[in-house]
Design a protein around this ligand. Structure first.
Ligand code: TXA
Ligand code: MG
Length: 344
């Protein structure tokens, strides 16, 4: 299969891009498109064989449900029921935006493989002009996970999608780099108290301001069956092992020296103040304390490590405040929970 990329912010190719994307989706194919968080790989959510192509292209485990994307709230009636009032408040406040709501599913309304047999469905209205234009032309719900090979960092540019899925998907709508850079917050409304299954750009504090108490599921507790099935798999990882390290210039420099003493090379993914360390490869996460910038740059930095011969990737930690919670959630997964120590 040949993978075509069309730039949709360019006036001359825009119309052709949307027309082709809509036609492919209606014909039961997949299309990659930008959202404000990361690029998604979409198929019409009622078409089981089209949705199967998403799992196939990504190499995604079948028990990991997909997020359904809609262009207007009216579409919800066709596949959800008993939507709690607090969920409606969230929609009014945060949609379009980076908040996925897990709601009761109307049995039989979507292809079974979208929800992995669960009786709930994750749904969101993305806040990106290209995604909204596509969804509003199509007027049907689109199931779309992040458009990466399973286990790799989510794509924040069309070139990342091409790198992972070239030859496996027919079409990529290129709308430039995504703004947020981390996936949406997943908020479960099927539990008694709304529960964050995956932290993202819409933080616990932002949610509690409008709907009151919100729980956070213990995503790192491996003993507990994960509520968001996707959270149990290794994720966001470059080829070389990732180690977290305390965000101290001195500790990072000592770690680098210790790794060098074993004739190994190090890549460091960190904010600018770590640039002075004598590291083999440095990938910047922007200025110190600019968490939004770090979120936006993180996945590209993790991907860049695969273009080096680094043996180890070091990442100084972030404080778990605001978007820092989402950044640390992804980093702990990329590092498989490992922290650097000199007796590795
Ligand atoms: O920002 C995003 O959310 C991006 C863009 C493309 O919209 N999408 C995305 O999808 O990150 P994906 O498939 O990579 O992650 C979906 C997450 C997984 O952790 C999955 O287990 C969880 O949402 N999820 C989906 N439906 C669920 C459900 N019914 N119950 C619990 N968790 C669900
Ligand atoms: Mg994903």
């Amino acid at each position: 299969m040949k993978t075509e990329i069309i730039v949709v912010d360019n006036f001359s190719t825009k119309e052709m891009g949307y027309t082709q994307a809509v036609n492919l989706l209606i014909a039961g194919d997949t299309v990659a498109f930008p959202t404000e968080t990361v690029y998604g790989l979409g198929a019409i959510a009622t078409n089981e064989s089209a949705v199967a192509k998403i799992f196939e292209a990504k190499g995604r485990p079948q028990d990991n449900p997909l997020i359904v994307h809609i262009g207007s709230k009216e579409e919800l009636q066709a596949f959800t029921h008993n939507v709690p009032n607090l969920a409606k408040v969230c929609m009014d406040t945060f949609w379009p935006g980076a908040l996925t709501l897990v709601l009761p599913l109307q049995q039989g309304s979507l292809a079974k493989n979208v929800t992995a047999g669960l009786n709930s469905v994750g749904v969101r209205m993305p806040d990106h002009p290209v995604a909204l234009e596509l969804l509003n032309r199509l007027k049907q719900p689109v199931a779309a996970p992040s458009a990466n090979r399973s286990g790799k960092p989510s794509p924040t540019k069309a070139s990342h999608v091409f790198h992972d899925l070239n030859g496996k998907v027919p079409f990529i709508l290129d709308g430039g780099a995504t703004g947020m850079g981390l996936e949406s917050t997943v908020l479960d409304f099927t539990s008694e108290i709304p529960t964050i299954l995956r932290p993202g750009g819409v933080t616990k504090e932002m949610l509690e301001r409008v709907i009151g108490p919100v729980h956070e599921s213990k995503l790192t507790d491996h003993a507990e069956a994960p509520r968001a099935p996707g959270m149990k798999y290794a994720h966001y990882a470059p080829n070389a092992p990732v180690y977290l390290i305390e965000a101290s210039l001195q500790k990072v420099q000592l770690a680098i020296e210790s790794i060098h003493s074993e004739q190994k090379k190090v890549a460091l993914i960190a904010t600018e103040q770590f640039k002075t360390t004598h590291v083999d490869y440095f990938f910047s996460l922007g200025k110190e304390h600019q968490l939004e910038d770090a979120a936006q740059l993180l996945y590209e930095a993790l991907r860049s490590c695969d273009e080096t011969d680094a043996d180890i990737v070091l990442v100084p930690t972030f404080s778990k405040q605001g978007v820092g919670t989402a950044i640390m959630n992804r980093l702990e997964k990329a590092a498989n929970g490992n922290y650097f120590s000199t007796n590795l």
